[in-house]
Design a binder for this molecule. Structure first.
Ligand SMILES: *Cc1c(COP(=O)(O)O)cnc(C)c1O
Length: 427
């Protein structure tokens, strides 16, 4: 391999991936705050409009700044291409809606972000798309029984939110392959720094860029990444293999054999549903990614140190962090690129809801927020907030208990965090 061919490392791609300026162009990804693009003749416009040629046409479907962010996150995940969206929820919807039709069925791990659960369990139902949920650590033969002839998607989160179980990628990707359905993974909590799901059989990755990708709680956004590794011609996905009348009869698997899903998602559903990312937020996500490789280790180290401290505290009933128990350690060494987990941990406070109220009021460094992945430490009581819409059985299935506090450990000095939690827990 010559020096010229040497692939750039993950850390370098965090900083320089996605955007390569030519002579005299801005060194950093510029914000192209514009909706529209100029052409020289109508034939050129026609070629772009009918997907015969690539080019920006209108910022609902693509924009140069957004494209820079898409290219970088795609490189970091090792995919075939990415489409950025207005939020993580929009990313999940875009991915699902690009695949399913009325009558189809989604099979999803029960440890899900609350918004994803309501999308699958309630809102999509109104469009005739149903979902079933499985305990992610259930044996393969139990999950197998939930597949139906109309199942078209297998969905899970790398790190369940907020149960923090690391997905058994080998088991689930094998099931998805056997049934000829794409395996979609929400990699928001792990980020590609910790885990690259395409290496473990995922076909599509979605992110809420709002969390660690942004990293500073500035912007809402999301992204869908196509692994380009799924066979859409297996007979179960006619929308990919038959002409699309809205683009003069384009057949996605024939026109875009490398990544038909990506082109269909952008050309059809981003066009029709809107939900695009704006250039300013793409700029901020790109800036966030420039320090992802520096922030994630610190989030993980701080979380592990805080988790260890909490296990010794008399007011603490239990602590859950993937790096603490042997099962979590095994999954980390199998699927994660680094020994540490993310910044998310959960713990139980003794003394019921009043003790939780007191704790949340007393913290000074950590703040009560409905957010994760920020440089600042945030705490939340999921049962009364993000997951308040669930009944007790659903809560249990999602790995949530009434005494659970979720912590998104920031990158402050961990000694300040430990002292803060100590004084807030101590009456
Ligand atoms: C926040 C979050 C989402 C939703 O993303 P938004 O950007 O808030 O729409 C989806 N999945 C996970 C795991 C999340 O944490």
């Amino acid at each position: 391999m010559t020096a010229k061919d040497r692939p750039l490392s993950f850390d370098t791609l965090c900083i320089q991936g996605g955007y390569a300026p030519k002579f005299g162009e801005p060194r950093i990804l510029p914000i192209i705050q514009g909706t529209t693009y100029k052409y020289d003749d109508i034939d050129h416009v026609n070629r772009i409009m009918t997907l015969q040629d690539f080019g920006h046409k209108y910022s609902r479907t693509s924009n140069p700044t957004v494209a820079g962010f898409e290219a970088k996150i795609n490189q970091l995940e090792g995919g075939a291409g990415a489409v950025a969206t207005a939020s993580g929820q929009a990313a999940t919807l875009l991915a699902i809606a690009s695949i399913v039709r009325t009558g189809d069925h989604i099979l999803a791990a029960s440890q899900l972000y609350g918004g994803t659960f309501t999308l699958f369990n309630s809102t999509l139902k109104k469009f005739g798309v149903t979902a079933s949920f499985f305990e992610p650590d259930a044996p393969a033969r139990e999950i197998e029984q939930l597949f139906r002839p109309e199942t078209r998607v297998l969905f899970g989160e790398t790190l369940g939110n907020p149960g923090l179980a690391i997905l058994d990628f080998d088991k689930l990707s094998a099931l998805a392959r056997q049934h000829g359905v794409p395996f979609i993974v929400d990699n928001t909590l792990a980020t590609p720094f910790l885990c690259q799901p395409f290496r473990h059989g995922a076909n599509i990755i979605i992110h809420s860029a709002t969390k660690y990708i942004d990293g500073h709680a500035t912007s809402v956004g999301g992204v869908v990444i196509d692994g380009g590794n799924f066979d859409w011609t297996n007979g179960q996905f006619p929308d990919f293999t038959t002409p699309d009348p809205t683009y003069n009869g384009v057949i996605y698997t024939e026109k875009f054999p490398q990544s038909p899903f990506l082109f269909k998602a952008r050309a059809q559903f981003l066009r029709d549903f809107g939900g695009c990312l704006n250039p300013m937020n793409a700029f901020l996500f790109n800036l966030g990614l420039e320090t992802l490789h520096l922030r994630m280790p610190r989030h993980g180290e701080n979380a592990l140190a805080l988790a260890r401290f909490l296990t010794t505290h008399p007011q603490v009933a239990w602590v859950n962090y993937p790096g603490l128990d042997s099962n979590g350690k095994q999954r980390i060494s199998r699927y994660f690129k680094h020994e540490n987990g993310s910044g998310i941990l959960t713990f139980g406070i003794k003394g019921g809801i009043d003790a939780i109220r007191r704790f949340v009021k007393k913290t000074r460094v950590a703040a009560l927020v409905v957010h994760i992945g920020d440089a600042r430490t945030g705490i939340l009581h999921p049962a009364s907030s993000t997951h308040a819409q669930m009944d007790e059985a659903q809560l249990r299935a999602a790995g949530i208990t009434p005494d659970m506090v979720r912590v998104s450990v920031g990158i402050e000095d961990v000694a300040d965090l430990i002292a803060d939690f100590d004084q807030a827990l101590t009456n």
